[in-house]
Design a protein around this ligand. Structure first.
Ligand SMILES: Cc1cc2nc3c(=O)[nH]c(=O)nc-3n(C[C@H](O)[C@H](O)[C@H](O)COP(=O)(O)OP(=O)(O)OC[C@H]3O[C@@H](n4cnc5c(N)ncnc54)[C@H](O)[C@@H]3O)c2cc1C
Length: 408
């Protein structure tokens, strides 16, 4: 795709081909991909510089491949702290190690890095959008005290806020209210120059604590802690964690300092209560929702960025070129994006993983107790086998599997 891509001209009096409201991660990435493809894009956000807000702080796994595919991996590499190994531990003992590329970065820095060097075809406007109107040909975006922008297509990438959605009569459905709690804070070694490992994932020790895991990793020039919890937000433990993070953590995860080293918490404790929700009745003329504006994700599942990257890739590379090549922007065109099999599978995976993490952490039923034991037991056994050397582990894997005869 380039500036010569086939497209219908904008209706008379339209300022831009595509207006994107929201320049968080999803809106900014979409602006890059569409701008590079030659579309005239207006990207609008109330923050000229993205503020310090607590969201994703570690990029890894499929997110790396997806960023590479949309051509923005270099920006992450230039701004983030890379690390290649995470030690996984529980109850004061090492379970295993994850060897894969990870990048630690604070969300504000990530969005700012992506906002830098937007293509020339993208105009960034700093302002609060107070009203949006959408129709089959013209979309109208009103900016507080700054007039309005009109476009052929409106992309809403406004995150979890719902003010603008309401203008368009788009509802949101709760899948799980107050599904999880996430905390973020900075730590440093208390009695050493460095921690034992650059990165650690430490799993909850007791079912009653409701702790899924604690991630410790380099980001923002320090060691960042992300703690994923399934607990009532009014629980006194939550207040204790905010007020005395070190003491509360050491009491709840007594084996932590043995594995990682003693630590102190400095700076404030960020916290976030997540509602899992999805936009309903969003098949409308002229407007499409992406990222958290369409569906939110459980932070413990770590699927928010994979989901928004799927949205950006599918929308900008598969659908917008088709939509712009024919007149109008009717709801039937827009519906094709929401029905995209890859997007649907990714959104479903996000919901399933959210349930899985919650059940694995706090479900007291026999099925989940067995699953939990199997989950951690298998990892310990595999780690033991791997520590006997690669040739032993390979030989073991190549042994014939026992054949189970079906009962007569
Ligand atoms: C605590 C926490 C931890 C997380 N951890 C992970 C993780 O480990 N892994 C993972 O994959 N995902 C994680 N996520 C999810 C991930 O961070 C989000 O899915 C992602 O940041 C959503 O990006 P977005 O661009 O859709 O929304 P946002 O980043 O929220 O962007 C929305 C933008 O819209 C702008 N905006 C809204 N309304 C207006 C208006 N009226 N006018 C102008 N501008 C407006 C806002 O200023 C903002 O810039 C986490 C989320 C949270 C909350």
């Amino acid at each position: 795709m380039n500036a010569a891509s086939p497209r219908c001209p904008c209706p008379e009096g339209t300022d831009t081909e595509i207006a994107i409201v929201g320049a968080g991660l999803s809106g900014t990435l979409a602006a890059h991909v569409l701008g590079r493809a030659g579309y005239q894009v207006t990207l609008i956000d109330r923050h000229p510089v993205f503020p310090r807000e607590f969201r994703v702080e570690k990029i890894a796994g499929d997110q790396i491949g997806k960023l590479r595919r949309i051509g923005l991996m270099d920006k992450l590499v230039a701004a983030a702290m890379p690390f290649g190994e995470i030690v996984n531990a529980r109850k004061g003992r090492i379970l295993d190690r994850t060897r894969a590329q990870h990048y630690g970065i604070l969300y504000g820095d990530l969005v700012q890095a992506m906002r830098a060097d937007l293509p020339e075809t993208v105009r960034f406007v700093a302002g609060r959008v107070s009203k949006v109107e959408a129709g089959p040909d013209h979309q109208r975006v009103s900016l507080l005290g700054q007039g309005e922008v009109t476009a052929r297509l409106l992309v809403l990438a406004t995150g979890m806020g719902d003010v603008l959605r309401r203008d368009l009569d788009i509802e949101r459905r709760y899948i799980h209210q107050r599904q999880s709690l996430t905390f973020g804070f900075n730590i440093r070694p208390a009695d050493a120059d460095a921690f034992k490992y650059p990165a650690l994932t430490y799993y909850g020790e007791r079912l009653s604590d409701g702790i899924d895991y604690l991630n410790l990793f380099p980001a923002g020039g320090t060691t960042r802690a992300n703690l994923f919890v399934f607990r009532d937000h009014r629980d006194p433990w939550v207040k204790a964690l905010r007020e005395n993070p070190k003491e509360t953590l050491v009491e709840t995860l007594p084996g932590l300092t043995r594995v990682f080293g003693d630590f102190e918490v400095f700076d404030k404790v960020d916290s976030w209560l997540t509602d899992i929700m999805v936009a309903d009745r969003c098949r409308r003329d002229g407007v499409v929702l992406i990222g958290d504006a369409y569906q939110t994700s459980c932070p413990a599942a770590g699927t928010g960025v994979s989901r928004l990257l799927t949205d950006v890739e599918r929308l900008c590379m598969a659908y917008v070129p088709q939509w712009m090549a024919t007149p109008g922007m009717a709801a039937v065109k827009i519906a094709a994006f929401y029905d995209d099999p890859e997007k649907r599978a990714m959104d479903m995976h996000g919901l399933q993983l959210a349930d899985f993490r919650r059940n694995l952490t706090i479900d007291t039923g026999l099925r989940w107790q067995a699953r939990r034991q199997f989950h951690f037991g298998r990892r310990r056994i595999m780690n033991g086998i791997n520590s006997l050397g690669p040739s032993f582990a390979t030989k073991l894997r190549s042994l014939p599997k026992p054949r189970i005869k079906p009962a007569a």
